[in-house]
Write a protein that binds this ligand. Sequence first.
Ligand code: SF4
Length: 375
Amino acid sequence: MADLQTNLALLEAACRNPRAQLDSYLAQGKKVIGCFPAYTPEELVYASGMIPMGLWGGHTELKLAKSYLPAFACPIMQSNLEFGLNGTYKGLSAVIIPALCDTLRCMTQNWRFGVPSIPMIPIVYPQNRKSPASVEYLISEYESVLVMLSTITGQMMSEKALCDAIDVYNAHNDVIREFAALANDHLDVITPKVRHAVMKSAFFFSKDQHTAIVKELISGLKQLPVYSFTGKKVILTGITGEPDELLDILAENEIAVVGDDLAQEMRQYRTDTPEKGGGGLRRLALQWNSRHGCSLIHEDGKPRGTMLVSLCKENGASGVMNCLMKFCDPEEYDQPFFEADLVAAGYHTLTIEVDTQNTSYEQIRTRVQAFCEML
Ligand code: SF4
């Protein structure tokens, strides 16, 4: 069993260099499927005997992508396409793109024509989830994905493999939730950057491997005395709490992240696939219908604000930092609603524009310092 620091270093290294993770799986003779954010049905890939790997872009000079995407596409998609076009993602057997927003819908076509060497598998999620037809529709979408995956593996996934994969993913959700709760007792070790690395790294490991590593982390943390944190505590909301420079600024100001509602982090872990309800595909469709509080999923009454207020109360946070992905329409639409709910409940909010291509952080530093004084 590796010690706490060794495991943390392993997860941080995977976030710094996902390409090394990809190369390592390819060297083991495994096929890897790139999974665009968010809510890509990784269980189908896992059950098909391949490695699902998250594609969350990164800092790079945008050159080739400019011929395909307008300047007002979000930085994640700009960099994902740039990496596809410049060969960074070479070796992937396919990518899956969930068409959850206008930019992702455009990405399906841009990828198909711009990166023909890596097949693209689209999936459309139903937004009218109150209709029983939504379940049948989503099952048919999953079946289409499976047919395309079977052309890569040469065989169709079995029902048993899918049920096993669902168990693996539910167990992973469980262990991440346990880590998130325990992390709040060890805010000296689990700084905002470290917390983020533990969550994000899940996209670059097979989920059973990641579960094993996080279990060791938990056991290492349990051996430490509870740390009495005297700084300010916040919840993060948005798509991603990146880049690391932003998280370092929080730490500099003695601000801890004690919970999150980020698409890259807890949004994906808070809803398990139900244990009952039919076959594996139906259960996955029911999981989609149970997901909540996310800008990418239609919900009457916009309950995200209420959910954020509860997160603050449960974790002793005095404010919420909205990590607003640049040019992300779904997040922009949600912002006025949840901010109003938070302010009405007496919580402070700060919106920071997240741009992974950013190189200067002085304005952000000043705004975080002012936010810290209000908390
Ligand atoms: S939801 Fe936002 S961040 Fe995600 S792909 Fe769409 S525009 Fe980009």
